[in-house]
Design a binder for this molecule. Structure first.
Ligand code: GSH
Length: 217
């Protein structure tokens, strides 16, 4: 039986789980659940009613981090969470950094204002966006720039840390914002290399097509 991911592809947390599975070469099923408009019975999968949730072998889980760590144990053939204790902890650190420090700005400000607000018929709050993009994000990007060695955040191979960070940066891009390549050359190169993988490129293209359809341009 294949893992089943509940959620909407434009959510960076859903993207993170899908990219995690795609990188592992694990086939999965998806069920569309629109955030903030979840069906009543969705609470059985996630009492917080957020996406993603997972169903696998009759078992269910919520939260992208919890789901990825579980899937790492279930599909250990391709290692995406290092075994070494320190590298493993560093991977968890970057995952948290993406999910809880980048996300409030990249996803819940830039993407939310430019996409979700428009979808609900409103106008994006550009002052709020500029504050996030020009003031709050630069120090977070500076830190990531310093921490990058090669194209990976942990060790010298692709890990969940890279996937979690890239997932947030993709939402940032979907909001119409760009990483400044002159100020953050290593981070920009990291993202270009990450997004250059065929399956990532295909996922982004299908997300862009969905966005175009939703926003009508
Ligand atoms: N920590 C959670 C965050 C999930 C999350 O916030 N998902 C958003 C969509 S991007 C959501 O479902 N929001 C709806 C809500 O908060 O009611 C995870 O990693 O899965």
């Amino acid at each position: 039986m294949k893992p089943k991911i509940y959620g909407a592809p434009l959510s960076p947390y859903v993207r993170k789980v899908r990219l995690f599975l795609e990188t592992k070469g694990v086939e999965y099923d998806s069920k569309m659940i629109v955030p903030y408009a979840t069906p009543d019975d969705y609470s059985a999968l996630n009492p917080l009613r957020r996406v993603p949730a997972l169903e696998f072998d009759g078992q269910t889980l919520a939260d992208s981090a919890v789901i990825c760590h579980f899937l790492e144990d279930k599909f250990p053939e391709t290692t995406l969470i290092p075994k070494d204790a320190y590298l493993r902890a560093r991977c968890a650190w970057f995952e948290k950094y993406a999910d809880y420090e980048l996300a409030p700005l990249t996803t819940f400000t830039a993407f939310k204002e430019r996409v979700l607000t428009r979808l609900s018929g409103g106008e994006p709050d550009e002052t709020r966006i500029r504050k996030a993009v020009d003031l709050k994000l630069p120090p977070l990007f500076d830190y990531l720039e310093e921490e990058l060695s090669g194209n990976h955040f942990v060790g010298n191979s692709l890990s969940l840390a890279d996937i979690a960070i890239a997932s947030q940066l993709i939402s940032f891009k979907h909001s119409g914002e760009q990483l400044d390549g002159a100020r953050w050359p290593k981070l920009s190169q990291f993202l270009a290399t990450f997004c250059g993988r065929t399956y990532v490129q295909q996922m982004i293209e299908s997300e862009q097509a969905a966005l175009k359809k939703l926003l009508g341009h």
